[in-house]
Design a protein around this ligand. Structure first.
Ligand SMILES: [Zn+2]
Length: 328
């Protein structure tokens, strides 16, 4: 019998009281890990609540200042901005309009909080096109190469408005390269690219589509988003994005994809972001409302699990709630 076993070894010694446990805690969730999503909608007068995402709102520009002050005062270091334009067209022109909803939101936030907040923008076409797909549609199919030119234009317009980072989420091939080149040739070589590299076609996005009015008008997104059955393909997507110049890679969704976060972090020496999506939020909120779970405790466990898997950053609708309980 080895010497290093019971009764000489008793792991419970290190769990015997709260202070000993605190000293030995390995993974510590911090407010600095969190990025808070913000939905800004053009043409509304008052904040609109999102049915399937209790506590989340679509905000008019006029309410944005208050919201970002709130977020910064909670110690959350970053936001990711999603825009809902009043006009959509075939080419998604409102997405790269310097006077568009995201562009105005970014410059307003910058004016309001200066460098007290990192501003990330979602770069995609689905909210801005009549077809509601993440790429431009040509004859019923997604035109990859024309789409990435437009995505680059969107990213440059967000950078011009003052974004620190752009986050392409369209899952078009070559989008990171096109965006990096667009940014660099327009003098924005300091703007980072956080790529939604391993974005999966997931039914867990449904509440978001309700929030951002971005459901596709025909078909689904399986010709560009990954299948959750293909972990090797997900790693190839991540590797390609790194080669194209991504500064941060992302796995989306998060809670059902902890293995992919873990593998990505082990394989690639690069910051990994995880996007805990609207369905993950809705499940916890629904059970919390019924009194079936202790919401704060469950949120703490889930976010810690995402960090434990290897995520350096977590985009989460729980950001404000978590910031409050982490401060207690
Ligand atoms: Zn999209």
């Amino acid at each position: 019998m080895s010497d290093n076993s019971f009764p000489k070894v008793r792991l419970r010694r290190l769990r015997r009281n709260a202070k000993v446990r605190e000293l030995l805690q390995e993974v510590r969730l911090s407010v600095s890990d969190l990025i808070c999503p913000v939905f800004v909608q053009e043409g509304i007068q008052k904040p609109e609540s999102i049915n399937s995402m209790p506590g989340m709102m679509r905000l008019p520009l006029e309410h944005l200042a208050g919201e970002v002050k709130d977020i910064t005062s909670l110690g959350i270091p970053a936001v990711i901005v999603f825009g809902i334009p009043s006009k959509k067209d075939e080419h998604g022109t409102s997405a790269f309009d310097d006077n568009g909803i995201v562009q105005r939101a970014v410059s307003l936030m910058r004016k309001e909080v200066g460098d007290q907040l990192a501003i990330v923008t979602d770069v995609c076409l689905c909210q801005y096109t009549t077809a509601g797909h993440c790429g431009l549609v040509n004859d019923g199919t997604i035109d990859n190469d024309r789409s990435i030119e437009t995505l680059a234009k969107i990213a440059v317009s967000h950078a011009r408005a003052g974004a620190d980072m752009v986050a392409p989420s369209a899952m078009m091939d070559g989008q990171v390269k096109a965006i990096r080149e667009g940014l660099d040739s327009n003098g924005f070589n300091e703007v980072a690219v956080m790529s939604y590299s391993a974005k999966h076609a997931s039914p867990l996005y449904t509440p978001f589509r309700d929030a951002a009015h971005s459901a596709p008008k025909f078909g689904d997104r399986k010709s560009y988003q990954l299948s959750y059955t293909n972990p090797n393909e997900a790693m190839r997507e991540i590797e390609l994005d790194i080669n194209e110049g991504a500064d941060i890679v992302m796995v989306k969704p998060a809670i059902a994809y902890l293995d992919l976060i873990y593998i990505a972090k082990k394989l690639f020496n690069i910051p990994v972001a995880a996007y805990s999506v609207s369905g993950e939020y809705a499940l916890v909120k629904a059970a919390g409302r019924q009194g079936w779970i202790d919401e704060d405790a469950v949120i703490h466990e889930l976010l810690t699990a995402i960090k434990r898997a290897g995520a350096d950053l977590i985009i989460t609708y729980f950001a404000k709630q978590a910031a409050k309980f982490l401060a207690r």
